[in-house]
Design a protein around this ligand. Structure first.
Ligand SMILES: NC(=O)C1=CN([C@@H]2O[C@H](COP(=O)(O)OP(=O)(O)OC[C@H]3O[C@@H](n4cnc5c(N)ncnc54)[C@H](OP(=O)(O)O)[C@@H]3O)[C@@H](O)[C@H]2O)C=CC1
Ligand SMILES: [Cu+2]
Length: 472
């Protein structure tokens, strides 16, 4: 076979099934210049598509029986549900698949706890074919429309490296971004990956809900039980909940920065970085980005509400007291014009606001730099500088914002009543986190941590479980 005809053969693809996904893939391959052959149970009935995507006849696609399709084409995409594998590939059809590459695109409806992937099931039914798992992470809509949502990255798994390479090239031809995803053993994880949504948000989401719930309960009990009578229920939606948003932000920010400090202390205690962190710390470290982003969302709400209610009525402590003495002459019957003028903010209000605004500005920088496109444009040193040093600086600014407005009141309130104040309680945990970080910065300790991070070990660890690569 000369090179030209080999090339032409390579540009052919078969698709078993004529359903939604098969049609989308056929259209995409047609646009990429492939000869497409569809293998259907009832070729005469199959709805046909043309390369311009119109509702026209099957002019550009050849439709045959499944057997003819696998006989004629080297690479065949199996676009049917796994439940129909058995009826579609009986032994007489399976034997025709010898030496062919079959691409399994199927997904499952539920996580039924099975240990066998659809791809493995197909390989047992068609043992003489090479099975590749791919495209199951795409959607028919996304394949047809470039503007549709969803990642364009496509994992490709197979025990045969050559088959993997062939399918990766076809994927690139379609305009997607394929990547090697190992052997067919990865198929199970690929099938499960589409059944769970936002798995990395589960833990941080649960932590955020608990934190907000805690502050709601604390704020309500403080106003309802500890100092009954001072709260007006009318002010619940903005004034009281704004305290909840502020306090929750501080707690979540502390939870974002604490695990790296914990990890550093653990490395000091262990005297090595070559020991795996316990599972809970590992999960917590991985949740930092999401925790930080949730905190960013809450601080935006807090900033909006604060701007709206910024007035002497709501924030009396932030504004100068103004009093006007009105002397009304006896028998005075007409209106007395009063020019009360504006009320100036006190230095406490101005300074506290300044720290708050600076903290929000820095948090915005941190949130933007956590976007994958921005992160990939940064060096490791730059990322570390922003998310560690700048992050702690931002936490300090946020805490100072509360200290400045709170200290005068706390001094007046005194112990133990100050423990019932939302603002006071909201800075206890963040202050502790900052202090712990400062302890790590002590010259003796930071030099010790640096040595450990360079690979030094207090005593050699014999039973290495593996190296912890987490950035701390
Ligand atoms: N739709 C999507 O967005 C995505 C789908 N997938 C996977 O692609 C595969 C196909 O999905 P989809 O196209 O949506 O499904 P459809 O139901 O639209 O199409 C399935 C096709 O399977 C064929 N088939 C073979 N045997 C049977 C049978 N016994 N009963 C019914 N149909 C049969 C039919 O084609 P014919 O009549 O020509 O034989 C039918 O058109 C599935 O495994 C799915 O998990 C993966 C990613 C995304
Ligand atoms: Cu605030």
């Amino acid at each position: 076979m000369d090179r030209k005809s080999a090339e032409l053969k390579r540009k052919a693809v078969g698709i078993v099934g004529s359903g939604q996904f098969a049609t989308a893939l056929a259209l995409r391959f047609l646009r990429a210049g492939y000869d497409v052959t569809i293998g259907s149970r009832r070729p005469e009935e199959a709805k046909i598509i043309s390369v311009d995507g119109g509702e026209s006849v099957f002019s550009d696609v050849r439709v045959t029986s499944v057997t003819d399709c696998v006989k004629a084409i080297d690479v065949v995409i199996v676009a049917i549900h796994a439940e129909h594998f058995k009826s579609t590939f009986p032994p007489e059809v399976a034997s025709e698949c010898a030496g062919r590459i079959l691409v399994d695109v199927s997904n499952r409806n539920t996580r039924n706890g099975t240990q066998t992937s659809n791809a493995r099931l197909l390989s047992t039914l068609v043992p003489e074919a090479t099975i590749v798992k791919a495209y199951n992470t795409l959607s028919a809509y996304g394949v047809e429309n470039d503007s549709a949502g969803g990642s364009r990255r496509v994992p490709v798994a197979s025990d045969d490296a050559r088959a993997r390479a062939v399918v990766m090239e076809m994927t690139r031809d379609m305009g997607f971004d394929p990547y090697e995803n190992g052997g067919l053993g990865s198929a199970l994880a690929m099938e499960e990956s589409v059944l769970v949504v936002f798995p990395e948000w589960k833990l941080p989401g649960a932590m955020a809900v608990l934190v907000v719930l805690f502050w709601v309960i604390f704020a309500l009990s403080r106003f309802y039980f500890a100092t009954p009578g001072i709260m007006r229920w009318d002010q619940l939606p903005l004034k009281i909940f704004n305290k909840v948003f502020g306090a929750s932000t501080l707690t979540l920010l502390s939870l974002t920065y604490l695990p790296s400090t914990c990890a550093a202390f653990l490395q000091v205690v262990n005297g090595t970085k070559h020991k795996r962190f316990p599972g809970w710390l590992d999960a917590w470290l991985k949740a930092r980005k999401q925790l930080g982003l949730i905190a960013f969302g809450l601080i935006c709400v807090h900033a909006c509400i604060s701007t709206l209610i910024l007035s002497p009525t709501y924030m009396s402590a932030w504004f100068e007291k103004s009093s006007v003495l009105i002397i009304v002459p006896a028998n005075h019957t007409h209106d007395v014009p009063l020019n009360l003028g504006g009320v100036w903010m006190t230095w406490i209000g101005e300074l506290s606001l300044l720290f708050g605004i600076l903290a929000v500005a820095l948090m915005t920088v941190l949130a933007v730099t956590s976007l994958p496109s921005v992160t990939s444009a940064m060096s490791w040193a730059e990322w570390r500088l922003v998310h560690s040093q700048l992050g702690y600086f931002m936490l300090t600014l946020a805490v100072t914002h509360v200290y400045v407005m709170g200290v005068p009141k706390w001094v007046k309130t005194g112990f133990p009543l100050v423990f019932f104040r939302v603002k006071f309680m909201s800075i206890v945990f963040p202050t502790l986190v900052i202090v712990l970080r400062l302890v790590l910065l002590l010259p003796c300790l930071s030099a010790y941590v640096d040595r450990i991070r360079l690979g030094w070990e207090r005593k050699r660890v014999d039973t290495r479980m593996g190296v912890c690569e987490q950035s701390v």
